[in-house]
Design a protein around this ligand. Structure first.
Ligand SMILES: Nc1ncnc2c1ncn2[C@@H]1O[C@H](COP(=O)(O)OP(=O)(O)OP(=O)(O)O)[C@@H](O)[C@H]1O
Length: 541
């Protein structure tokens, strides 16, 4: 990291720390005569206290991770008390160095240290309460409430107003921690359950950091794996920016092919990697001034085999002061490794346990025997407990079309979304479903990631998902923002070898799982897409 950048970050850190703990620097009058005895006692006890805090921090701040990360943890174990002592932001603070009027430095420093320890303890307890796990040094205190955005970070009124208008009263756990981390100019990789408000966790600090619209070129980029998610993030961003004239642009197919970004102002650009890559190749977008880069659904971005495209985008964002962040509900080790290679001094924020399904979703497995059995089961499910809107996942676009034909025959208001449709048809399918015009949306994994269908109460995995992350993201379209949701997964003979994997995910998120399921053998679960019999009952011509 450049020395200038480091200084800048430290200064910001200092400033906010000072804000957080302004009481530390005000009104401290030290009277050696009065407090002499206490000082001696306190100095003696200080090392014990640091130890206690260290042990608390270790539990709270360093989440056990396997492999290499675990080795790193071991390496850090011996230095955790340094995290406490390593709160050198205070030591370096001018106000901390200034000798007190009625005392001397050797007296005031232990008091400051004690307060730092107290603050660390408070933070650790607060994180524990909200199931937040962090690792990294000098991690900023989590937000107690949205008011702290203005008291600690001088957030502008328009943003606070928009939060109120959107009905966001309390920050969600990921917002509590990721927002201050990013506002302290720290890079961040974050994992929090589906529907837990990750979008606001990166949009809010982004708007705060950009402060005002400017004509200096693109200053923030958000990358999303699908066009649908890009459009949704664009809309959310616009809602949050209401009242401020930021130029927020969605990279459309047309813009990526013919647009020239030097000809119009753009503060925030939201795109899929392929479209942005195309514009970069055409030399029609300059990313050298980007201050803020977000990789949303980061594991999917890397999983799509887009390493090269993403690398070239990261390279094109050549501003040395850039703050990069990665967000997802699933964070496999290879993405963490990539994040560590990529980022400087990053903070890792995990809410709950990594790679876990949302706890608000009631999950159920249904044995259907054969493919025919699935059609009977879905019809039965609609007949018995019709709870629209329902999102149904299948493993291919052909199967989406087939199932659509069957359910349309039953006079259900049903639509399908898959990659064979035009962009307009895909958008219409999403809009109609959101507006309640369609009751059942049949989808491939194209909408499994990030899509926020607020009203979806039930997700049916008609076809067994092909991986743990696919399962977590698919069922995560229900049970959002703390609401209750339901997920039903059909399985046939072909899927039995992978049942145990789902059983584990169910158990980890607090669902009751029959013991026989937990006794099944485990099998590596990746890209399980068996050839399945046709869904269609229409006689072949
Ligand atoms: N502080 C808040 N209070 C109440 N609702 C919120 C808050 N923050 C976000 N939400 C709402 O929660 C829902 C889910 O948010 P969001 O789409 O950002 O989740 P996510 O964590 O990105 O999910 P996914 O992993 O599926 O992409 C949205 O409808 C959003 O408006």
């Amino acid at each position: 990291m450049g020395a200038k950048k480091k200084q800048g970050r430290q200064a910001c850190c200092l400033q906010t720390m000072a804000n957080d703990s302004s009481f530390l620097f005000s009104g401290i009058r030290f009277d050696r005569k009065r407090f002499g005895g206490d000082i001696a006692k306190f100095e003696k006890k200080e090392s014990d206290h640091a130890l206690n805090v260290s042990s608390l921090i270790e539990v709270e701040e360093v989440e056990p991770v396997g492999g290499k990360a675990s080795a790193k943890k071991r390496k850090r174990k011996g230095t955790v008390s340094e995290t406490v002592d390593g709160f050198n932001v205070f030591k370096k603070s001018k106000s901390a160095e200034r000798p007190p009027k009625d005392g001397d430095k050797s007296v005031i420093e232990p008091v400051l240290k004690k307060e730092q320890n107290r603050q660390l303890e408070r933070d650790a307890l607060f994180r524990k309460k909200h199931n937040i796990h962090v690792s990294g040094y000098n991690v900023p205190s989590p937000l107690q409430n949205f008011n702290e955005l203005s008291s600690r970070y001088k957030c502008e009124k328009y943003l606070l107003r928009n939060l109120v208008e959107l009905g966001f009263r309390e920050p969600t756990p990921i917002q509590r921690q990721a927002i201050p981390v990013l506002l302290h100019d720290r890079e961040c990789f974050a994992c929090a359950p589906t529907g837990s408000g990750k979008t606001l966790a990166f949009v809010c600090p982004m708007l705060m950091k950009l402060k005002d619209p400017s004509k200096n070129g693109v200053r923030a980029v958000v990358l999303c794996p699908t066009r649908e998610l890009s459009s949704q993030t664009y809309r959310e961003c616009k809602k949050m920016a209401k009242g401020k004239k930021f130029r927020i642009k969605l990279m459309t197919k047309e813009l990526s092919r013919t647009g020239d970004f030097s000809k119009f102002p753009c503060d925030i650009l939201i795109s899929t990697p392929l479209r942005l890559r195309l514009a970069i190749k055409r030399k029609k977008v300059d990313l050298s001034r980007v201050e803020y880069l977000v990789l949303d659904e980061s594991d999917k971005l890397f999983e799509l085999g887009l390493f090269k495209q993403i690398d070239s985008i990261i390279k094109a964002c050549s501003n040395p002061s850039i703050i990069r962040s990665l967000f997802s509900a699933t964070l496999p080790d290879f993405v963490e490794d990539r994040a560590r290679e990529l980022m400087h001094d990053a903070v890792r924020v995990i809410v709950g346990r990594k790679n876990m399904a949302s706890e608000t979703i009631k999950q159920k497995l249904v044995f259907t025997g054969s493919e025919e059995g699935k059609l009977i089961a879905i019809r039965q499910s609609f007949a018995e407990s019709w709870n629209p809107p329902v999102l149904v996942f299948v493993q291919s676009k052909e199967r989406a079309k087939e199932l659509h034909g069957e359910l349309a025959y039953d006079n259900i208001r049903v639509d399908a979304i898959h990659s064979d449709l035009s962009q307009k048809e895909r958008e219409d399918a999403v809009d109609n479903f959101r507006a309640g015009k369609t009751w059942v949306l049949i989808a491939t994994d194209v909408v499994a990631r990030g899509m926020d269908f607020k009203g979806v109460k039930c997700v049916i995995n008609y076809d067994f998902p092909d991986s743990a992350s696919a399962y977590i993201h698919r069922i995560g379209r229900s049970g959002r923002a703390g609401r209750a949701g339901e997920a039903i997964t059909f399985y046939s003979e072909d899927d039995i070898p992978f049942l145990r994997n789902i059983a584990n995910l169910m158990a980890a998120s607090g669902c009751e799982v029959p013991s026989w399921l937990m006794e099944l053998p485990k099998k590596k679960w990746k890209k399980h897409r068996p050839k399945r019999d046709s869904i269609s009952t229409k006689p072949k011509e």
